[in-house]
Design a protein around this ligand. Structure first.
Ligand code: TRP
Length: 372
Protein backbone atom coordinates (compact mmCIF):
# COMPACT_ATOMS: atom_id res chain seq x y z
CA UNK A 1 0.00 0.00 0.00
CA UNK A 2 1.08 3.52 -0.71
CA UNK A 3 2.30 5.02 2.58
CA UNK A 4 2.59 8.57 1.28
CA UNK A 5 0.12 11.20 2.33
CA UNK A 6 -0.30 14.92 1.73
CA UNK A 7 -2.09 17.35 4.03
CA UNK A 8 -2.44 21.00 3.07
CA UNK A 9 -5.40 23.39 3.48
CA UNK A 10 -6.40 22.64 -0.12
CA UNK A 11 -5.57 19.00 -0.49
CA UNK A 12 -5.69 15.88 1.68
CA UNK A 13 -4.46 12.73 -0.03
CA UNK A 14 -3.59 9.21 1.03
CA UNK A 15 -3.82 7.45 4.38
CA UNK A 16 -2.82 10.04 6.95
CA UNK A 17 -0.36 9.13 9.71
CA UNK A 18 -1.60 11.49 12.41
CA UNK A 19 1.32 10.95 14.78
CA UNK A 20 3.73 11.91 12.08
CA UNK A 21 1.62 14.86 10.98
CA UNK A 22 1.40 16.32 14.50
CA UNK A 23 5.17 16.02 14.76
CA UNK A 24 5.72 17.67 11.40
CA UNK A 25 3.32 20.49 12.21
CA UNK A 26 4.76 20.85 15.70
CA UNK A 27 1.41 20.56 17.48
CA UNK A 28 0.86 18.85 20.87
CA UNK A 29 -1.03 15.62 21.41
CA UNK A 30 -4.06 15.79 23.70
CA UNK A 31 -2.99 13.61 26.63
CA UNK A 32 -4.85 12.01 29.54
CA UNK A 33 -4.10 14.91 31.82
CA UNK A 34 -5.64 17.41 29.46
CA UNK A 35 -8.67 15.16 28.94
CA UNK A 36 -9.18 15.02 32.72
CA UNK A 37 -9.07 18.80 32.92
CA UNK A 38 -11.68 19.13 30.18
CA UNK A 39 -13.88 16.52 31.83
CA UNK A 40 -13.68 18.32 35.13
CA UNK A 41 -15.03 21.52 33.62
CA UNK A 42 -17.47 20.03 31.11
CA UNK A 43 -18.80 17.31 33.43
CA UNK A 44 -18.26 14.69 30.70
CA UNK A 45 -16.03 13.92 27.74
CA UNK A 46 -17.45 14.10 24.26
CA UNK A 47 -16.96 10.81 22.42
CA UNK A 48 -14.79 12.62 19.87
CA UNK A 49 -12.36 13.41 22.69
CA UNK A 50 -12.56 9.93 24.24
CA UNK A 51 -11.76 8.35 20.87
CA UNK A 52 -9.04 10.76 19.88
CA UNK A 53 -10.96 12.09 16.88
CA UNK A 54 -9.92 15.44 18.29
CA UNK A 55 -6.37 14.47 19.03
CA UNK A 56 -4.02 17.44 18.85
CA UNK A 57 -3.89 21.05 20.01
CA UNK A 58 -1.97 24.26 20.46
CA UNK A 59 -2.30 26.09 23.80
CA UNK A 60 -5.46 24.28 24.90
CA UNK A 61 -3.96 24.03 28.39
CA UNK A 62 -3.57 27.81 28.44
CA UNK A 63 -7.20 28.27 27.35
CA UNK A 64 -8.38 26.04 30.23
CA UNK A 65 -6.18 27.84 32.70
CA UNK A 66 -7.63 31.21 31.69
CA UNK A 67 -11.13 29.74 31.79
CA UNK A 68 -10.49 28.44 35.30
CA UNK A 69 -9.62 31.97 36.36
CA UNK A 70 -12.87 33.31 34.96
CA UNK A 71 -11.56 34.55 31.61
CA UNK A 72 -13.81 33.11 28.92
CA UNK A 73 -12.59 32.37 25.43
CA UNK A 74 -14.60 32.49 22.22
CA UNK A 75 -14.76 29.77 19.58
CA UNK A 76 -13.86 30.35 15.95
CA UNK A 77 -14.43 27.91 13.15
CA UNK A 78 -15.30 28.06 9.48
CA UNK A 79 -16.18 26.46 6.20
CA UNK A 80 -14.95 26.87 2.66
CA UNK A 81 -18.18 26.84 0.62
CA UNK A 82 -17.07 24.92 -2.44
CA UNK A 83 -20.17 22.76 -2.57
CA UNK A 84 -22.85 21.19 -0.44
CA UNK A 85 -22.04 20.13 3.10
CA UNK A 86 -21.14 16.48 3.61
CA UNK A 87 -21.25 14.36 6.72
CA UNK A 88 -17.51 14.80 7.33
CA UNK A 89 -17.97 18.55 7.69
CA UNK A 90 -20.49 18.05 10.45
CA UNK A 91 -17.95 16.37 12.75
CA UNK A 92 -16.08 19.49 13.89
CA UNK A 93 -19.34 21.43 13.95
CA UNK A 94 -21.05 18.92 16.23
CA UNK A 95 -18.05 19.02 18.51
CA UNK A 96 -17.98 22.83 18.39
CA UNK A 97 -21.60 22.89 19.48
CA UNK A 98 -20.70 20.70 22.44
CA UNK A 99 -17.92 23.10 23.39
CA UNK A 100 -20.26 26.06 23.08
CA UNK A 101 -22.77 24.38 25.37
CA UNK A 102 -20.36 23.09 27.98
CA UNK A 103 -18.23 26.21 28.24
CA UNK A 104 -21.08 28.64 27.52
CA UNK A 105 -19.13 30.67 24.99
CA UNK A 106 -19.64 32.72 21.83
CA UNK A 107 -18.90 31.27 18.40
CA UNK A 108 -17.73 33.12 15.29
CA UNK A 109 -18.25 31.15 12.09
CA UNK A 110 -16.53 32.31 8.90
CA UNK A 111 -17.57 31.22 5.40
CA UNK A 112 -14.74 31.76 2.96
CA UNK A 113 -16.58 32.29 -0.32
CA UNK A 114 -13.58 34.43 -1.35
CA UNK A 115 -11.10 31.58 -0.78
CA UNK A 116 -13.10 28.98 -2.67
CA UNK A 117 -13.65 31.37 -5.58
CA UNK A 118 -9.90 31.97 -5.73
CA UNK A 119 -8.78 28.33 -5.55
CA UNK A 120 -11.50 26.56 -7.55
CA UNK A 121 -11.15 27.25 -11.23
CA UNK A 122 -14.62 25.94 -12.01
CA UNK A 123 -16.53 28.06 -9.46
CA UNK A 124 -17.79 31.62 -9.97
CA UNK A 125 -18.04 34.06 -7.09
CA UNK A 126 -21.80 33.74 -7.33
CA UNK A 127 -21.49 29.98 -6.93
CA UNK A 128 -19.39 30.15 -3.78
CA UNK A 129 -21.63 32.78 -2.16
CA UNK A 130 -24.67 30.63 -2.98
CA UNK A 131 -23.02 27.58 -1.47
CA UNK A 132 -22.17 29.66 1.59
CA UNK A 133 -25.89 30.20 2.16
CA UNK A 134 -26.63 26.53 1.53
CA UNK A 135 -23.95 25.61 4.08
CA UNK A 136 -25.32 28.11 6.62
CA UNK A 137 -28.53 26.04 6.70
CA UNK A 138 -26.50 23.00 7.76
CA UNK A 139 -24.63 25.01 10.36
CA UNK A 140 -27.87 26.27 11.88
CA UNK A 141 -29.31 22.72 11.73
CA UNK A 142 -26.49 21.49 13.97
CA UNK A 143 -28.18 23.47 16.75
CA UNK A 144 -25.92 26.34 17.74
CA UNK A 145 -27.27 28.91 20.17
CA UNK A 146 -28.52 31.90 18.11
CA UNK A 147 -27.76 34.29 20.96
CA UNK A 148 -24.12 33.28 20.98
CA UNK A 149 -23.39 32.37 17.36
CA UNK A 150 -22.27 34.80 14.69
CA UNK A 151 -22.02 33.53 11.13
CA UNK A 152 -20.65 35.60 8.25
CA UNK A 153 -19.52 35.28 4.65
CA UNK A 154 -16.27 36.97 3.77
CA UNK A 155 -17.50 38.85 0.71
CA UNK A 156 -20.43 40.33 2.62
CA UNK A 157 -18.84 41.00 6.00
CA UNK A 158 -15.84 42.50 4.26
CA UNK A 159 -16.26 46.07 5.49
CA UNK A 160 -15.62 45.06 9.09
CA UNK A 161 -13.03 42.40 8.34
CA UNK A 162 -10.95 44.24 5.76
CA UNK A 163 -9.26 46.75 8.05
CA UNK A 164 -8.04 44.02 10.35
CA UNK A 165 -6.99 41.90 7.37
CA UNK A 166 -4.79 44.79 6.20
CA UNK A 167 -3.15 45.12 9.60
CA UNK A 168 -2.42 41.38 9.60
CA UNK A 169 -1.24 41.28 5.99
CA UNK A 170 1.31 44.03 6.59
CA UNK A 171 3.17 41.66 8.92
CA UNK A 172 3.21 38.64 6.62
CA UNK A 173 5.91 38.59 3.98
CA UNK A 174 5.50 36.72 0.74
CA UNK A 175 8.44 34.60 1.72
CA UNK A 176 6.62 33.39 4.88
CA UNK A 177 3.37 32.76 3.00
CA UNK A 178 5.29 30.87 0.35
CA UNK A 179 6.99 28.68 2.93
CA UNK A 180 3.74 27.94 4.77
CA UNK A 181 1.36 27.46 1.83
CA UNK A 182 3.63 26.61 -1.07
CA UNK A 183 2.61 29.62 -3.18
CA UNK A 184 4.61 30.06 -6.37
CA UNK A 185 4.96 32.34 -9.39
CA UNK A 186 1.69 31.12 -10.87
CA UNK A 187 -0.40 31.51 -7.69
CA UNK A 188 -2.98 34.23 -8.20
CA UNK A 189 -2.40 37.29 -6.02
CA UNK A 190 -5.83 36.96 -4.42
CA UNK A 191 -4.95 33.73 -2.68
CA UNK A 192 -1.64 35.12 -1.43
CA UNK A 193 -3.62 37.77 0.49
CA UNK A 194 -6.35 35.40 1.62
CA UNK A 195 -4.54 33.97 4.70
CA UNK A 196 -4.95 37.42 6.25
CA UNK A 197 -8.75 37.09 5.87
CA UNK A 198 -8.81 33.71 7.55
CA UNK A 199 -6.77 35.12 10.44
CA UNK A 200 -9.19 38.01 11.02
CA UNK A 201 -11.75 36.20 13.22
CA UNK A 202 -8.96 35.11 15.58
CA UNK A 203 -8.81 38.74 16.71
CA UNK A 204 -12.04 40.37 15.56
CA UNK A 205 -14.03 39.78 18.78
CA UNK A 206 -11.18 41.45 20.70
CA UNK A 207 -11.52 44.47 18.42
CA UNK A 208 -15.32 44.52 18.53
CA UNK A 209 -15.42 44.18 22.33
CA UNK A 210 -12.38 46.40 22.87
CA UNK A 211 -10.60 43.93 25.13
CA UNK A 212 -8.37 40.95 24.50
CA UNK A 213 -10.31 37.68 24.46
CA UNK A 214 -8.66 34.27 24.08
CA UNK A 215 -9.63 32.38 20.92
CA UNK A 216 -10.04 28.61 20.56
CA UNK A 217 -10.34 27.16 17.06
CA UNK A 218 -11.84 23.68 16.63
CA UNK A 219 -10.99 22.51 13.10
CA UNK A 220 -9.59 19.61 11.11
CA UNK A 221 -5.80 19.60 11.26
CA UNK A 222 -5.38 20.60 7.60
CA UNK A 223 -6.18 24.19 8.62
CA UNK A 224 -3.19 24.44 10.94
CA UNK A 225 -0.95 26.33 8.46
CA UNK A 226 -3.33 29.28 8.66
CA UNK A 227 -2.98 29.44 12.41
CA UNK A 228 0.79 29.48 12.19
CA UNK A 229 0.49 32.80 10.36
CA UNK A 230 -2.11 34.10 12.81
CA UNK A 231 0.00 33.07 15.82
CA UNK A 232 3.06 34.74 14.34
CA UNK A 233 1.31 38.04 13.85
CA UNK A 234 -0.74 38.09 17.09
CA UNK A 235 1.86 39.55 19.48
CA UNK A 236 2.84 42.22 16.97
CA UNK A 237 -0.74 43.48 16.92
CA UNK A 238 -1.14 43.13 20.68
CA UNK A 239 -3.49 40.11 20.64
CA UNK A 240 -3.35 36.67 22.25
CA UNK A 241 -2.18 33.84 20.00
CA UNK A 242 -5.21 31.78 18.91
CA UNK A 243 -5.34 28.29 20.46
CA UNK A 244 -6.46 25.24 18.53
CA UNK A 245 -7.99 21.83 18.90
CA UNK A 246 -7.48 19.63 15.84
CA UNK A 247 -9.52 16.73 14.47
CA UNK A 248 -8.76 13.88 12.12
CA UNK A 249 -10.70 13.43 8.87
CA UNK A 250 -13.61 11.07 8.48
CA UNK A 251 -12.70 8.60 5.72
CA UNK A 252 -14.78 8.47 2.55
CA UNK A 253 -16.75 5.37 1.64
CA UNK A 254 -14.02 4.36 -0.80
CA UNK A 255 -10.82 2.42 -0.05
CA UNK A 256 -8.71 5.35 1.15
CA UNK A 257 -8.53 9.05 1.82
CA UNK A 258 -10.85 11.49 3.54
CA UNK A 259 -14.43 12.09 2.56
CA UNK A 260 -14.27 14.63 -0.21
CA UNK A 261 -16.89 16.51 -2.16
CA UNK A 262 -14.89 15.91 -5.33
CA UNK A 263 -15.71 12.21 -5.02
CA UNK A 264 -19.51 12.26 -4.81
CA UNK A 265 -19.97 8.48 -4.98
CA UNK A 266 -18.08 7.92 -1.75
CA UNK A 267 -19.38 11.03 -0.01
CA UNK A 268 -22.73 11.52 1.71
CA UNK A 269 -24.06 15.02 1.36
CA UNK A 270 -26.60 16.44 3.79
CA UNK A 271 -28.71 17.24 0.74
CA UNK A 272 -28.72 13.65 -0.57
CA UNK A 273 -32.10 11.98 -0.46
CA UNK A 274 -32.26 9.24 2.20
CA UNK A 275 -32.41 6.64 -0.58
CA UNK A 276 -29.31 7.95 -2.31
CA UNK A 277 -27.49 7.93 1.03
CA UNK A 278 -28.54 4.33 1.52
CA UNK A 279 -27.28 3.36 -1.94
CA UNK A 280 -23.93 4.98 -1.26
CA UNK A 281 -23.56 3.05 2.00
CA UNK A 282 -24.53 -0.21 0.35
CA UNK A 283 -21.83 0.38 -2.27
CA UNK A 284 -19.15 1.29 0.28
CA UNK A 285 -15.73 -0.26 0.62
CA UNK A 286 -15.85 -2.58 3.64
CA UNK A 287 -12.35 -4.02 3.78
CA UNK A 288 -13.96 -7.43 4.02
CA UNK A 289 -12.98 -10.61 2.18
CA UNK A 290 -14.07 -11.45 -1.35
CA UNK A 291 -16.70 -14.03 -0.36
CA UNK A 292 -18.96 -14.64 2.63
CA UNK A 293 -17.13 -17.89 3.30
CA UNK A 294 -13.74 -16.19 3.39
CA UNK A 295 -15.12 -13.38 5.53
CA UNK A 296 -16.36 -15.91 8.11
CA UNK A 297 -13.04 -17.65 8.08
CA UNK A 298 -10.59 -14.75 7.97
CA UNK A 299 -12.56 -11.76 9.20
CA UNK A 300 -12.06 -8.17 8.06
CA UNK A 301 -10.07 -5.18 9.10
CA UNK A 302 -12.10 -2.52 10.96
CA UNK A 303 -9.32 0.03 10.58
CA UNK A 304 -9.87 0.17 6.84
CA UNK A 305 -13.57 -0.72 6.81
CA UNK A 306 -15.43 2.45 5.98
CA UNK A 307 -18.60 1.10 7.61
CA UNK A 308 -16.79 0.57 10.94
CA UNK A 309 -15.20 3.99 10.63
CA UNK A 310 -18.58 5.62 10.17
CA UNK A 311 -19.83 4.17 13.41
CA UNK A 312 -16.66 5.26 15.11
CA UNK A 313 -16.66 8.85 13.86
CA UNK A 314 -20.31 9.75 14.07
CA UNK A 315 -23.02 7.14 14.20
CA UNK A 316 -22.41 5.29 17.47
CA UNK A 317 -21.70 7.24 20.63
CA UNK A 318 -21.52 4.19 22.89
CA UNK A 319 -17.89 3.02 23.11
CA UNK A 320 -18.92 -0.52 24.11
CA UNK A 321 -21.07 -0.87 21.02
CA UNK A 322 -18.30 0.43 18.79
CA UNK A 323 -15.93 -2.12 20.30
CA UNK A 324 -18.42 -4.88 19.50
CA UNK A 325 -18.85 -3.65 15.93
CA UNK A 326 -15.06 -3.71 15.48
CA UNK A 327 -14.74 -7.14 17.10
CA UNK A 328 -17.47 -8.63 14.93
CA UNK A 329 -15.79 -7.30 11.83
CA UNK A 330 -12.40 -8.61 12.90
CA UNK A 331 -13.68 -12.08 13.76
CA UNK A 332 -15.81 -12.41 10.64
CA UNK A 333 -18.92 -12.83 12.75
CA UNK A 334 -20.78 -10.22 10.77
CA UNK A 335 -20.85 -10.04 6.99
CA UNK A 336 -20.44 -6.72 5.32
CA UNK A 337 -23.88 -6.82 3.72
CA UNK A 338 -25.65 -6.98 7.10
CA UNK A 339 -23.28 -4.46 8.49
CA UNK A 340 -24.03 -2.00 5.73
CA UNK A 341 -27.78 -2.46 5.99
CA UNK A 342 -27.74 -1.51 9.65
CA UNK A 343 -25.59 1.53 9.12
CA UNK A 344 -27.67 2.63 6.13
CA UNK A 345 -30.76 2.71 8.34
CA UNK A 346 -29.02 4.92 10.88
CA UNK A 347 -27.65 7.24 8.26
CA UNK A 348 -31.06 7.54 6.65
CA UNK A 349 -32.62 8.44 9.97
CA UNK A 350 -29.91 10.99 10.61
CA UNK A 351 -30.39 12.57 7.16
CA UNK A 352 -34.16 12.78 7.56
CA UNK A 353 -33.79 14.50 10.94
CA UNK A 354 -31.09 16.82 9.69
CA UNK A 355 -33.08 17.81 6.63
CA UNK A 356 -36.07 18.74 8.77
CA UNK A 357 -33.92 21.10 10.80
CA UNK A 358 -32.25 22.36 7.63
CA UNK A 359 -35.63 23.26 6.18
CA UNK A 360 -36.60 25.17 9.32
CA UNK A 361 -33.27 27.01 9.22
CA UNK A 362 -34.35 28.79 6.05
CA UNK A 363 -36.44 31.20 8.13
CA UNK A 364 -33.77 31.66 10.77
CA UNK A 365 -30.76 32.86 8.77
CA UNK A 366 -30.96 36.46 9.98
CA UNK A 367 -30.93 35.32 13.63
CA UNK A 368 -27.39 34.11 13.05
CA UNK A 369 -25.77 36.19 10.33
CA UNK A 370 -23.54 39.16 11.19
CA UNK A 371 -23.96 42.12 8.84
CA UNK A 372 -22.26 45.47 8.56
N1 TRP B 1 -10.32 27.41 4.90
C1 TRP B 1 -11.41 26.66 5.45
C2 TRP B 1 -11.89 25.62 4.44
O1 TRP B 1 -11.49 25.60 3.32
C3 TRP B 1 -12.54 27.53 5.91
C4 TRP B 1 -12.26 28.21 7.22
C5 TRP B 1 -12.17 29.56 7.43
C6 TRP B 1 -12.06 27.59 8.48
N2 TRP B 1 -11.95 29.82 8.74
C7 TRP B 1 -11.86 28.64 9.41
C8 TRP B 1 -12.06 26.25 8.91
C9 TRP B 1 -11.66 28.36 10.74
C10 TRP B 1 -11.84 25.99 10.24
C11 TRP B 1 -11.64 27.04 11.16
O2 TRP B 1 -12.72 24.82 4.75
Amino acid sequence: MNEDFVVTPWEVKGRVDYEKLAKEFGTSKIDEKLLKRIEKIAGELHFMLRRGIFFSHRDLDWILEKYGKGEKFFLYTGRGPSGHTHIGHLIPWIFTKWLQEKFDVELYFQLTDDEKFLVKRELSLEDTTNYAYENILDIIAVGFDPEKTHIFTNTEYAKTQYKLALKIAKHVTFSTAKAVFGFNESSNIGITFFPAMQAVPCFLPSVLKKKNIPCLIPAAIDQDPYWRIARDVAPRLGFYKPAQIHSKFIPGLGPSGKMSASEPKTTIFTTDSPDIAEKKIMGAFSGGQATAELQRKLGGNPEICSICQYYYFLFEEDDEKVRKIFDDERSGKILSGEHKKELAQRVKKFIIEHQKKREKAKDRIEEFVLRD
